[in-house]
Design a protein around this ligand. Structure first.
Ligand code: SAH
Length: 215
């Protein structure tokens, strides 16, 4: 059974990840290692290595493996970084980040998902993750700045409160938009921020944030 899971992951990495151009050896190693099936409901474990997002309950989804790989690669991690993740969800992307970076700070607004993700990540032995249950739109100021920020739910507009928590030289990857979303890579340099649009995506909306005044 275990060999079988490893070979399913090997096939997933070859046909979905490398085939679409992801080359970062750290990212590929993490995807080969992490048991994605442990992060999905039992009834879906047999399809855990297919080329799809999957429902994880509470109306939320675990991202497609390729999207997790592409977002992680965009952060250009070398090891040693401190990373902020908004939207723990299943915890699978958290595990990928925790494999490569030194420390991951992750925030999830749905308590049942946060608890389940933590139980799974604890069971797999990850001890470099810090968890918070609540609205992540304001980030985690007390632990800022971060070398990388990974936002896995889509705000309607560029989340400047999160962007401001990047260290100089840091990178944020975020899907931005309401109907049509684009994955945007933000790089913070000495003199400001530079945004690059990568490709179109479909994420669940980032909820919460400051109360909007009626217009
Ligand atoms: N990376 C996750 C993706 C989960 S989907 C995975 O691969 O499993 C996005 C998650 O963002 C959902 O679990 C949703 O509840 C959460 N989310 C949405 N708005 C949020 C907010 N304001 N703060 C924290 N988490 C939020």
């Amino acid at each position: 059974m275990r060999d079988d899971d490893a070979s399913r992951r090997e096939r997933m990495v070859g046909s979905q990840i490398v085939a679409r151009g992801v080359r970062d050896p750290r990212v590929l190693a993490a995807l080969r290692k992490i048991p994605r099936h442990a992060f999905v409901p039992e009834a879906l474990q047999s399809v855990a290595y297919e080329d799809d997002p999957l429902p994880i309950g509470e109306g939320q989804t675990i991202s497609q493996p390729y999207i997790v790989a592409a977002m992680t690669e965009a952060l250009d991690l070398k090891g040693g970084e401190r990373i902020l993740e908004i939207g723990t969800g299943s915890g699978y992307q958290t595990a990928v980040l925790a494999e490569i970076a030194a420390e991951v700070f992750t925030i999830e607004i749905v308590e049942t998902l946060a608890r389940r993700a933590r139980a799974n990540l604890d069971a797999l032995g990850y001890s470099n993750i810090r968890y918070r249950i609540g609205d992540g739109t304001q980030g985690w100021w007390e632990s800022a700045p971060f070398d990388g920020i990974c936002v896995t739910a889509a705000p309607a507009a560029m989340p400047t409160d999160l962007r401001d928590q990047l260290a100089v030289g840091g990178r944020m990857i975020v899907p931005v938009g309401a109907e049509n979303q684009t994955l945007i890579l933000v790089r913070r340099g000495e003199s400001g921020f530079r945004d690059t649009g990568l490709f179109g995506v479909r994420f669940v909306p980032l909820v919460g944030g400051p109360e909007r005044r009626p217009s």
